[in-house]
Design a binder for this molecule. Structure first.
Ligand SMILES: [Cu+2]
Length: 172
């Protein structure tokens, strides 16, 4: 019985290492990339401000996710503004300002972020986007069924690590 255990144990170690590597790979690809407006891109031709809020409402944004703003150079820009400037479409006091498409904006902090275009009246025509950035463990106080795929991966990894911990405690 003791003899039969040794090969099982080393095979278990190999499997465990593979599981750790797999989980690390999954973690490294966890950050998502979102094309703002999908095929529409970043545009003022969106029939009102609800277009980008509708687009954002179906998504759960997390730190390290990337927003990609696709637009024609010189026709639009991406301006990060305060909440009040977002609401009033005041485009003259940008926090950060990006003009070269595609603008890849990495979400580095949790909380609300506000984007507008400063061209003409594009903001009031609907070219404005607000996102709420949560943490990887989920934004506080909200349940996000759309993220259940990612949650399943985390749950699987947690289960694997727990199983391995129990395995090593009993076998090693
Ligand atoms: Cu614009």
């Amino acid at each position: 019985m003791a003899k039969a255990r040794a090969p099982t144990s080393s095979a278990g170690r190999v499997l465990a290492v593979m599981a750790v590597v797999l989980c690390m790979m999954l973690r490294s690809v966890e950050a998502a990339t979102y094309i703002v407006g999908d095929a529409t891109g970043w545009s003022n031709a969106v029939n009102g401000a609800s277009f980008y809020s509708t687009w954002a409402s179906s998504k759960t944004f997390q730190v390290d996710d990337v927003l990609v703003f696709n637009f024609i150079s010189g026709k639009h820009d991406v301006s990060v503004v305060s909440k009040s400037d977002f609401t009033s479409c005041n485009t003259s006091s940008a926090i950060t300002f990006h003009t070269t498409p595609p603008v890849n904006f990495t979400l580095t902090t949790t909380g609300a972020l506000y984007f507008t275009c400063t061209h003409d009246s594009h903001c009031s025509q609907g070219q404005k986007l607000s996102v709420m950035v949560g943490t990887a463990s989920g934004p506080p106080g909200t349940s996000t069924p759309s993220n259940s795929g990612t949650d399943f991966v985390y749950a699987s990894c947690r289960f694997m690590f727990t199983s391995m911990a129990i395995y090593f405690i009993t076998m090693w």
